[in-house]
Design a binder for this molecule. Structure first.
Ligand SMILES: *Cc1c(COP(=O)(O)O)cnc(C)c1O
Length: 963
């Protein structure tokens, strides 16, 4: 035996242990990959790709990498600075019990949280079924015919309802009337969103003001049902008045209350929005939660967000796919209905499963219990001398507490209970699913004067009835579909969830090489903290001193992201990239206005831009001017110069993506920034491609003034099947005063208002990015970036003779992704990029990004997390498919009957008695040798999109369809 020499203690401790777990490529793999590319070292490769002019001057100042255990320990200490009080605040956020079977098998299960947005229908049937359940649940509970598959939060959903109404009604008025007793954060976001669109928002703060306002002229009214103070108004009385004005009636509603209340659809409301948070998603200091938006049938073609619809596959079986507005920003650009891209799929799946598990009876029982407890609470309070103000309420009582208000709130805090104070002298108390008899006694204790005897719970118990007027009680049924009436045992539920996830391809099975989307590792240690009670069970509007943990998390993460981007200030409030774009453009606008330049409203956008860019510019009230790209895919500087001169006086900004959406580091980016600055404009750098930059170059240093990040791309928050995301907006020094504020959430009110319902947006997923940066350190992050670039170049090089890369720099290199040009195949044999995408599903892969930014191409982004083995497996599949294409080219297989056109192949078609195709069954099955034991079987054949859009159907499939 050889004597081992002692290794240094530092090496045994290995604080960098996480880095090679995150980065899939080992040193040895790296040498091999570099030799294929023909570069001597990683350093040399990067130097030959990243323009010298933009290379970082200094390294990022970050705490050194630490182990998973140490990072979790450090974060736990931060989490514990949050104080978890019992919340009676309400205001759109409630306690809820996430059923264990849903918590562990969805929220904490990578099969669900690592999935991508379901653009590839055939491999996304499971999550789309869950989303159709969500849409059905929303339709049934609101009484509306159509609902989309989630919005970002209730406040932005209300803002989208406002613009949906404006697009859809006949009234030409510019005014919206908003009831003053809507949730304050909803009003705040509406005010932000109305301003740049020239919409006048009239707030009706009393019944008299409301009556007066709805007698006037407007395109929509918005009321909350029940109101933020808990009162239930009979909104039916006003609907006719509103419709007589050719205007829309928008109702912000609570889904749990709607199990007992006449739903807005039954009194002819036009649009209904709200949050599904209390259906199983923890409060999480404000998010992520799925909001919803439902509307009347006539509006469906301008409904924003994603809508899952039912169609058929080539075999005539029912199959789901995204309907109508799918990727509409990419098609309609600045005419898109909204900029929403990443939504809240994972929380929507949780909410839908909560309804599946409880069923209509279970939901009603929860609602009745909440309503009954609220009545008992009210009666007891009345005995104690505090008579509630409203006679009709669901879960919230409102009390006029006058001078005693602050003392009562403080007494609550002393008993670790949060009550809500409003208008200085009122207190609201909201109950929820988690409320117990003891909680009600606790509340009585707060309100009892010294020596006063507490009411006796038992005396109120008999015959207790919800405080809902007879005329407003719901009589119609809901959730009658079998899916909501079948899976009520835990075993049944577990298998239903497992069955759905088995239909889908997520990162837990194979790589998802989606250009622009950065589907990297979402490490388990990063995910663990999000369900810690200290992060999950706090209310976004709890007193600041109870949210110190979140404050610290916010501060540290912002400081680190400033290091990564080179910017001076950051807000984590936007809850998707699109929202960060919007907030960034508002900051630019407000800055111009502050200098007397409010007329500057032109936003230059290169033709290759992501569709959210023009859509956001439109929402910010800007005029979009498209600038050209040259043959190399770069922004055409001559054209840009012309446009800058032409619009010099009105130039607000340019929005570029860097590296470009063509996957190339443009060498002239500094000149581009300087040019725009010369003409008085600012530079917005879309940060979706930060995975090619972190540690290597910083947009805040090379000329950017504003960027958004996608923490759900570069910083490891999982895609969740299409959300949640976080889209921090980052700015240079002079724009810091124009970051979003949040007066309802206790943040300073900046020039630009709130852009999200909660001050920290999707706060509960921020720990993921914190963990990532903490475990990687500056060197690890830079290593990750360099490996992402290395892997993309390896794929581009190895596939070159099969599928040429469309855009590259002069030396043939790409950035962190490469666009494979499949356009020539159409002429040679009729094969389209889409056929290759579908064929990849047979081989067990999720397709790369299809036809963005160039039609009929595939954009491949491997990220640093994929192992060489997996990358090689992907390459092998792509080469095997190219061989199949050659057979079609040579005429061995007909152009209309080959494994590509017929892809994907389901097990059922391959097992059918007779086989009538030009190629054998084994070829159809496409099993790469080493995967024989783990073949993925697509559950449906090619889905017919056109059929689905012509026969739009967005609720659960009637069982007869399966017969
Ligand atoms: C993903 C992406 C966006 C939009 O981000 P969301 O979080 O989906 O709203 C914007 N620009 C580019 C280039 C992107 O890839």
């Amino acid at each position: 035996m050889l004597m081992q020499s002692a290794r240094p203690l530092g090496e045994l401790e290995n604080p960098s242990e996480f880095i090679p777990r995150h980065i899939g490529v080992s040193e040895e793999d790296e040498r091999h990959m570099l030799s294929v590319i023909g570069e001597a070292s990683r350093r040399a490769l990067i130097d030959s790709i990243v323009p010298r002019s933009i290379a970082r001057g200094t390294a990022m100042q970050l705490p050194p990498a630490t182990t998973e255990a140490a990072a979790l320990g450090e974060l736990k200490a931060i989490a514990q600075r949050n104080q978890v009080f019992k919340s009676f605040i309400g205001q759109g956020y409630y306690g809820t019990h996430t059923p264990g079977v849903i918590l562990r098998n969805i929220l904490e299960n990578p099969a669900w949280y690592t999935a991508y947005t379901p653009y590839q229908a055939e491999i996304s049937q499971g999550r789309m079924e869950a989303l159709v359940n969500f849409q059905t649940m929303v339709c049934d509970l609101t009484g509306m015919p159509i609902a989309n598959a989630s919005m970002l939060d209730e406040a932005t959903a209300a803002a989208e309802a406002m613009t949906l109404a404006r697009r859809s009604v006949k009234s030409r008025s510019n005014t919206i009337v908003v009831a003053g007793d809507c949730h304050p954060q909803t009003i705040e976001v509406l005010q932000t969103r109305a301003k740049p669109l020239g919409i006048e928002l009239v707030l009706a703060n009393s019944h008299e003001q409301w009556v007066k306002a709805i007698a006037g002229d407007y395109f929509a009214v918005l009321a909350q049902y029940p109101s933020t103070s808990g009162r239930i108004d009979d909104l039916r009385l006003d609907v006719e008045t509103v419709h007589a004005k050719q205007a829309a009636f928008i109702v912000a509603a609570d889904l749990l209350a709607l199990t007992l209340l006449v739903p807005p659809g039954e009194f002819n409301a036009d649009i209904v929005c709200g949050s599904t948070q209390r259906f199983g998603m923890p409060m999480g200091a404000g998010g992520p939660h799925a909001a919803f938006l439902a509307c009347r049938d006539e509006y469906k073609r301008s409904l924003p967000g994603r809508l899952v619809g039912v169609s058929v596959d080539v075999h005539g079986n029912p199959a789901y796919r995204l309907a109508l507005q799918t990727r509409e920003q990419h098609i309609r650009r600045e005419k898109a209905t909204s900029n929403i891209c990443t939504a809240q799929v994972l929380p929507a799946v949780v909410a839908s499963m909560y309804a599946v598990y409880h069923g209509p009876q279970g939901l009603k029982r929860i609602a009745q219990r909440v309503a009954s407890y609220t009545v008992i609470l009210a009666k007891g309070l009345e005995q104690l001398g505090h008579k509630p103000r409203a006679a009709a309420y669901f879960d919230t009582v409102s009390l006029h507490t006058g001078e005693a208000t602050d003392a009562l709130i403080a007494k609550g805090h002393a008993l670790r209970a949060n009550l809500r104070k409003d208008w200085v002298e009122y207190i609201y108390i909201s109950l929820d699913e988690t409320t117990t008899r003891d909680d009600i006694k606790l509340l009585w204790t707060i309100f009892a004067k010294p020596g006063q005897q507490l009411p006796d719970f038992a005396q109120f118990e008999k015959g207790v009835e919800p405080a809902i007027p007879q005329a407003l009680r719901r009589t119609s049924g809901f959730l009658a579909h079998p899916v909501f009436n079948s899976h009520h045992s835990e075993t049944g539920m577990l298998r239903y969830i497992r069955g759905l996830s088995d239909k889908d391809l997520a990162l837990d099975r194979s790589m998802i090489p989606l250009g622009s989307c950065t589907m990297k590792l979402n490490a388990t240690s990063e995910m663990i903290p999000i369900t810690w009670p200290e992060f999950a069970h706090v209310h976004p509007f709890a007193p600041r001193d109870q949210l110190q943990g979140y404050a610290e998390l916010d501060e540290q993460l912002r400081a680190w992201l400033c290091q990564a981007t080179g910017y001076a200030g950051i807000s984590l409030q936007p809850n998707a990239g699109s929202q960060g774009e919007y907030a960034g453009l508002l900051a630019i606008q407000a800055w111009h206005a502050s200098r007397g330049q409010a007329h500057r409203n032109v936003c230059l956008i290169p033709s290759s831009a992501h569709g959210t860019n023009p859509a956001s510019a439109q929402m910010a009230g800007m005029k979009v001017v498209v600038t050209a790209c040259d043959d190399m895919g770069n922004v055409d500087l001559d054209d840009l110069r012309l446009k800058c001169e032409q619009y010099s006086e009105h130039l607000a900004c340019i929005m570029i993506t860097y590296p470009s959406t063509h996957g190339v580091f443009e060498t002239q980016v500094k000149e581009l920034c300087a040019l725009v600055h010369e003409h008085g404009g600012r530079v917005y750098v879309d940060g979706a491609n930060m995975n090619a930059l972190v540690g290597v170059a910083a947009p805040g240093e090379f000329g950017g003034d504003v960027s958004h990040l996608n923490l759900h791309k570069t910083f490891c928050i999982p895609h969740g099947g299409g959300g949640p995301g976080v889209g921090p907006v980052c700015v240079v020094e002079d724009l810091v005063p124009f970051l979003p504020g949040h007066k309802s959430g206790g943040l300073p009110e900046h020039a630009v208002g709130a852009v999200s319902a909660a001050p920290l947006g999707n706060a509960a997923v921020l720990p993921i990015s914190w963990m990532y940066v903490r475990m990687m350190g500056a060197e690890g992050l830079q290593h990750a970036t360099e490996t992402a670039i290395l892997s993309a170049n390896y794929i581009s090089t190895r596939l070159r003779e099969h599928y040429p890369t469309l855009y590259a720099s002069k030396n043939g290199h790409v950035a962190h992704e490469c666009i494979l040009d499949l356009r020539p195949l159409k002429d040679s044999c009729g094969v389209m990029a889409e056929d290759v995408a579908k064929r990849l599903a047979d081989y067990g892969f999720h397709a790369p990004t299809l036809s963005f930014p160039v039609p009929n191409t595939l954009m491949v982004e491997p990220t640093e997390s994929e192992t060489l083995e997996e990358i090689d497996r992907f390459i092998a599949a792509m080469v095997a498919i190219r061989e199949e294409i050659r057979k079609v080219e040579r005429g061995e297989w007909p152009q209309d009957d080959n494994p590509l056109k017929n892809a994907p192949h389901t097990a059922a078609t391959l097992l059918k008695g007779e086989w009538k195709h030009a190629y054998p069954r084994e070829v159809g099955a496409a099993v790469l040798d080493e995967r024989r034991h783990a073949k993925y079987w697509p559950p449906v054949g090619r889905v017919d999109n056109v059929y689905g859009d012509r026969n739009l159907f967005c609720s659960c499939v009637p069982m007869s369809a399966y017969e």
